[in-house]
Design a protein around this ligand. Structure first.
Ligand SMILES: Cc1cc2nc3c(=O)[nH]c(=O)nc-3n(C[C@H](O)[C@H](O)[C@H](O)COP(=O)(O)OP(=O)(O)OC[C@H]3O[C@@H](n4cnc5c(N)ncnc54)[C@H](O)[C@@H]3O)c2cc1C
Length: 446
């Protein structure tokens, strides 16, 4: 049997690796339009200020492919799938490539909002997105060659902020512009968003929220951006990090069912026989994941299924995101803002320690751990990660968060930190007991 994988990112590579672990004989070919062997995509922003070199990003060199008996075809773009012939066409290739089973691990591309005037036409000429090694090198070269002093990053999500940090390290005046009224709109709530904004600003990065970009201003070269409300921000480079779009083109052209992504079922089968898909390019249950844990989980399921071994059903991946900026400790997992229509069944344990810049939010439903924001300290991260969707003891969780009930010895009135906006230590020194007017100093920690 010959399995052909298109895509050499983590989804494609982990599938190949898992298949080889289960079957030493099966023929395995992997195609990628990028010329590099498997590399850490997530570290590509660090190429821009020159903190690392391409060789530092390569995870598996050519020997790895040879040792695992995987034939790699790098720098080869697949332009057509012919499902009825079970063949692939390579760009400027002479012979079609045959397959018995085909795995599409095509990844995604950065989204460029079509509503932003001049954005698409200026790509590569002062407007950039970042997805690959080559993108990072192009940004670096442009900054060096065009006397760039100011940069605007459109998008205050994880990738936008991580990119802003690296751009700042190129000694550029750096501004992040975010459409939503808070940073990391999908990973944070309002309160933590404000705390994060303050930390980002301490790094010298400017943040503009609730800002819809209408136009890239150009005068031969990029001059800045104009917002819908008329405000203008000047810069010589604009970087767009406004979400991703799954790569679906060759699947769609081949008649495979696609929506926003390539539609797959719980065994990662597409609508076409013997064609499977995983990673950033898929849509499962109306959801696009765009995160590494989803690729890893799916690659195990697919490897086993494609070889006719154990049939494990995929049921989605809990979103988990960590902001990779030195000096900021932030992870967001699962459901962090309970849906309003179901508010009764949900419970929240929250510790907002603004003085120490620490915010811990635990979201429970029917005593099961459904989500968390851990900002400022990560000591509870492994507990939370291991217990997602499991029943947990609420008192133990309070202990882990170091949330306490403070009792007034005179009247017994209690200040329960899990339910209050402010930690007891952050209350004003002249705070008086609500029950009897006793002083703050007399309270006893339970
Ligand atoms: C800067 C950055 C930081 C990130 N940080 C994190 C993080 O901290 N945590 C996290 O979970 N996720 C992070 N992500 C997202 C994560 O990198 C992706 O979820 C993951 O790389 C997806 O893997 P994939 O294999 O599905 O796709 P990709 O890694 O995109 O690989 C797809 C490959 O397929 C190739 N390809 C596409 N079409 C064709 C074709 N027609 N012919 C041949 N080859 C083709 C592409 O060139 C590419 O090499 C980050 C992403 C970026 C860009």
């Amino acid at each position: 049997m010959k399995i052909v994988i298109v895509g050499n990112g983590i989804a494609g590579i982990f599938t190949a690796q898992n298949i080889r672990a289960l079957d030493k004989e099966v023929e395995l070919d992997i195609y990628s339009q990028e010329p590099y062997p498997y590399y850490w995509r997530i570290k590509t922003p660090e190429l821009i200020p020159g903190k690392i070199k391409i060789k530092d990003l390569i995870v598996y060199n050519e020997d790895w492919y040879t040792n695992n008996r995987i034939d790699s075809y790098l720098g080869k773009k697949i332009v057509e799938i012919k499902p009825s012939e079970k063949e692939l066409i390579i760009e400027s290739g002479k012979e079609p490539v045959s397959y018995d089973k085909l795995v599409l691990a095509l990844g995604s591309i950065p989204n460029i909002p079509s509503s932003i005037k001049n954005a698409v036409s200026m790509v590569g000429k002062g407007v950039f997105t970042l997805r690959s090694i080559d993108d990072a090198l192009n940004i670096r070269e442009y900054i060096k060659g065009n006397e760039v002093k100011r940069a605007i990053i459109i998008g205050g999500g994880l990738l936008g902020l991580e990119l802003a940090r690296q751009i700042k390290d190129c000694n550029l005046d750096t501004t992040v512009v975010e459409f939503f009224p808070r940073l990391l709109p999908r990973q944070l709530d309002t309160e933590c968003g404000e705390m994060l904004k303050a930390e980002i600003e301490k790094m010298g990065i400017k943040v503009v929220l609730g800002a819809e970009t209408e136009e890239i201003l150009i005068n031969g070269e990029v001059e800045g951006i104009k917002l819908k409300d008329g405000r203008i921000f000047k810069s010589e480079i604009v970087l767009i990090q406004a979400g991703i779009r799954p790569t679906i083109d060759i699947a769609k052209d081949a008649g495979i069912n696609t929506n926003r992504g390539i539609v797959v079922n719980q065994f990662l089968e597409t609508s076409m026989e013997d064609i499977f898909a995983l990673g950033d390019c898929i849509e499962y249950n109306n959801q696009i994941y765009g995160i590494i844990p989803a690729c890893v989980e799916q690659s195990k399921i697919l490897a086993s299924y494609i070889l006719g071994k154990e049939k494990i059903k995929y049921s989605g991946t809990t979103p988990k995101n960590t902001l990779k900026i030195v000096g900021i400790n932030l992870t967001s997992i699962g459901q962090i803002n309970p849906p309003e229509e179901e508010s009764g069944a949900w419970e929240i344990l929250r510790k907002a320690d603004k003085k120490d810049c620490c915010y811990q939010k635990i979201v429970l439903k029917d005593n099961k751990l459904k989500g968390a924001i851990l900002f400022g300290e990560s000591k509870n991260l492994s507990f939370v990660s291991q217990n997602m969707n499991k029943e947990i003891n609420k008192d133990m969780m309070k202990e882990l968060l170091e949330l306490y009930i403070w009792r007034c010895p005179s009247c017994g009135w209690e200040y329960d930190e899990t339910e209050m906006e402010v930690l007891f230590k952050d209350l004003a020194a002249d705070f008086k007991c609500v029950g009897c007017g006793g002083s703050k100093d007399e309270f006893i920690k339970n």
